[in-house]
Design a binder for this molecule. Sequence first.
Ligand SMILES: Nc1ncnc2c1ncn2[C@@H]1O[C@H](COP(=O)(O)OP(=O)(O)O)[C@@H](O)[C@H]1O
Ligand SMILES: [Mg+2]
Length: 264
Amino acid sequence: MLSLDHISVSFNTGTPNEVRALQDISLSVAEGEFVTVIGSNGAGKSTLFNVISGAVEPGSGHITLEGRDITYWPEYRRSHDIGRVFQDPRLGTCPGLTIRENLSLAAIHGRSASFRRDVKKADDAWFFEQLQHQQLGLEHRLDADVALLSGGQRQAITLVMATLTKPKLLLLDEHTAALDPNAAEQVIALTQELAAANDLCVVMITHSMQQACDLGDRVIMMNRGRIEFEIEGDERENLTPGDLIDRFHSLQDGTELSDAQLLS
Ligand SMILES: Nc1ncnc2c1ncn2[C@@H]1O[C@H](COP(=O)(O)OP(=O)(O)O)[C@@H](O)[C@H]1O
Ligand SMILES: [Mg+2]
């Protein structure tokens, strides 16, 4: 489905501030697979997403999505196939617009001009249905201003928006990190529901070792721009947060990082 082949990304190349954010990353994600990504601050996790979504061009290597080489596709061209949700609930939705207007914007994304001309009342039934599944009561609040919603509600709307046009791949960048535990739990449940309902391929960066153990089929640990290890199969089945922290500390250069940094 998604394949990264020897991807490297550097910033400020040739200056004293050069950062090798990704170093020779090769990674394949299969159709319908749910992968979690963990790693300390600055490990290169968000850069990995930036290079997949097209926000950053790799210095070397290739990216393919469903067999097509998308390495040099501009971000907008990939955006129909790739949904992305960020940590900050304010980034995914437009404040000052209602829930209906936000969903309408997501619905017309990448559609033809004729489709876009107007998003009619008829869409309300569809929006109602999308929101009803979440059991947050938002389907009755289509006219509510998004700015008035809680962080959890905004992330829920953002998730629905990111999956409305049926992308092939969903990238979640610590999308529950800014939420209280209850809201985080609800957003995680919605994430699983949407992933299953749409048969999505999901890559989820998380700071939570518990989430990394509970969700998905495979855990990837990044450190200093590299994939240090991947855990799947039987080992993944019985994995605990303690195991992950132990594995991290066993890395040659991981010992100097505290748990706090790992979990940040
Ligand atoms: N646009 C940029 N310009 C310069 N350095 C960057 C840029 N984006 C990321 N970096 C650097 O690349 C490294 C990896 O960053 P990032 O991918 O954001 O890490 P993570 O998401 O794992 O915390 C960090 O050292 C960060 O400072
Ligand atoms: Mg990040």
